[in-house]
Ligand binder design. Sequence first.
Ligand SMILES: *Cc1c(COP(=O)(O)O)cnc(C)c1O
Length: 441
Amino acid sequence: MKKYSYPTPDTFTRARSGELFETAKTYFPGGVHSPVRAFKSVQGPPIFFEKGVGSHIYDVDGQAFVDFCCSWGPLILGHCPPKVVDRVQQAVAEGMSFGTPTPFDNQIGKLVLDNHRYIDMIRFVSSGTEAVMSAIRLARGVTKRDKIIKFEGCYHGHVDALLVKAGSGLVTFGISTSAGIPESFAKETIVVPLADPEALAAAMQQYAGDVAAIIVEPIPANNGLLLQDRSFLQFLRQQADEHGCMLIFDEVISGFRVGFEGATGHYDIQPDIITFGKIIGGGMPVGAYAASRAIMEHVAPVGPVYQAGTLSANPVAMAAGIATLTELLQPGFYEALEAKTKGFTQRLQSFCDSRGYEMTFPSIGSIFWPTFSSQRMMRSDEIDSAKMELFKKMHLECLKRGVYFGPSGYEVGFISAAHSEADLEFAAGQMEESLDLVFGL
Ligand SMILES: *Cc1c(COP(=O)(O)O)cnc(C)c1O
């Protein structure tokens, strides 16, 4: 293997990354294929990575980093877990896509449905966005209503109807909606604040009879980590029942992350439809939506709600998903991951407390959010955007010391099964040094 080493503040370089980025900007808008990757909210050009192993990623300048972005969540086993790589390689060698049913379909179907008590049937697609888009169509098809209620600060992919005051990438750039979305589409979406039962009840009252679905990230993790009280999620369930609409849990991040049954199992609340992405594909482009048999039988070819996909459930993607999900079912998997995360965040919290730094590290399962506030935040308007300057500094100082965070203070961090205690100790030490600089000691 090519030699890589941790950068230090003296050796850190983006020479090669910077060159590649200049060229990339001539090929792709902003040089990237997803906006947050452009590092607009942090300093310097984005780093170009060429390799990942376990908890580490390696860049084109020969530098190693402990990775807390983990491809934005899918890599719960870390980079290139051998069991996943083996199964994917076998699948590739047999044929990458047939556009037909394959035995992989039944394997992943059984794996998910036998181990998830809240769903009976599932349909696979190729991204989280596609899963959400399909779930919304399904909710509209079943209820024969048009309006959708979503929450400020929840992100549901770049679906037209839901790019209305949505989460991280958008807040980071300080714009509230995307161009190119007809006003008539946006009008079908009602946005209410999180953690505000009165606002939700008022919206339901006002639009009663027109609302097809309430969609929520039950663990909002795209605009900071805005952990909700269970009672609020329970209230959504009651309101949906009362007004005859569907409750959609968007578990693209939380699904298989805080437990095999995700936030649904964690809070033990039965939604009508659940959307999946990220972990379910083990690093391959996969999404899925799932519900009771009665609801799923509205989907074509059984029912009238059309949804299709050329590469849906292709063998390579399914092999990655099967291999990943199988590991998650090992006894103690989630407990160990959560304990590791708690140890890491508690160490950092004690450090900040002892130094008097105003910072907290809210976490759930193996998701954590390094945030420059001492308050528990449950709504997006509670986040102080001025504090993002501090994140920006921390991000750069961490990079210089071999610790990689997603390039925005609105993004959460992920810890994978491959992060060892030694990795976390190293990373915490580097973060502490970085925070001393951020807070100006
Ligand atoms: C990532 C994400 C999406 C979009 O998934 P893509 O695969 O990026 O299209 C949707 N909803 C939530 C909650 C997400 O975190």
